[in-house]
Design a binder for this molecule. Structure first.
Ligand SMILES: Nc1nc2c([nH]c(=O)n2[C@H]2C[C@H](O)[C@@H](COP(=O)(O)OP(=O)(O)OP(=O)(O)O)O2)c(=O)[nH]1
Length: 198
């Protein structure tokens, strides 16, 4: 991302950010096609029972872009021309490592979508407002855009609590950045999200 200023999109919570003493690099990749978004149901480990994009730790010697391609293939069986679209930073209480996550997106893929030990892939309907990149929430005359994938909507109630702040930015084709600190109850305690001006 360039050094261009970001427009603030959301902020809230308690006054102070949580402390952390080291940062670990992660990736997360989202594939969309024809008004639908591919998510994975996490079957084990961190974020178990939540839907998410496909990703994980950046291994030594890898760039985040290489890790994103590797994790997408390992967890869903597919390859995609991933583009970097955002950066997120998460801090959890009583954990000295903070999470720096590079987010990637693609609008096409190759290979057969395959369930892995870690993820069960599933398509979801992208709200009409975000069915195409850079789309406006409604047509110029105010009427809603059509969508008829017949798929369930994006399951925000079974995703990380911060995702509703930035996933719509990604679906709207905007570059974004944000930070979210979680409380010990798993809820958001403090957050800030911004996006490149349109
Ligand atoms: N959507 C979303 N994703 C998040 C949040 N926090 C967070 O760590 N993630 C993502 C980043 C990574 O893609 C994933 C965690 O990586 P992981 O534990 O599955 O890593 P991994 O695959 O290398 O782990 P493993 O195979 O060693 O178990 O969760 C969040 O708040 N929202």
């Amino acid at each position: 991302m360039s050094s261009e200023r970001l427009d603030e999109v959301a902020r809230g919570g308690v006054p102070d950010w949580l402390p952390f003493s080291k940062i670990k690099l992660y990736t997360n990749a989202f594939v969309r096609q024809d008004g639908k978004l591919l998510l994975g149901y996490k079957k084990r480990g961190f974020g178990k029972d939540l839907y998410n994009g496909f990703g994980g730790k950046v291994e030594p010697g890898e760039t985040p872009a290489q890790a994103a391609l590797r994790e997408l293939e390992e967890e869903s069986g597919i390859a995609a021309p991933l583009e970097h679209c955002g950066v997120l930073f998460f801090v959890l209480p009583d954990l000295e490592q903070a999470f720096h996550i590079d987010i990637f997106r693609a609008e096409e893929y190759s290979g057969a979508i395959t369930e892995s030990d870690e993820m069960r892939p599933q398509w979801f309907d992208i709200e009409p407002a975000y069915a195409t990149p850079n789309a406006k929430p409604a047509a110029a005359d105010g009427s809603p855009k059509e969508h008829n994938t017949g798929l369930p909507p994006i399951p925000y109630d079974q995703m990380w609590a911060d995702d509703p702040f930035w996933l719509p930015l990604m679906l709207a084709g905007r570059h974004f950045a944000g930070r979210a600190d979680f409380g010990s109850d798993g809820r958001l305690q403090k957050w800030w999200f911004g996006a490149k001006p349109v």
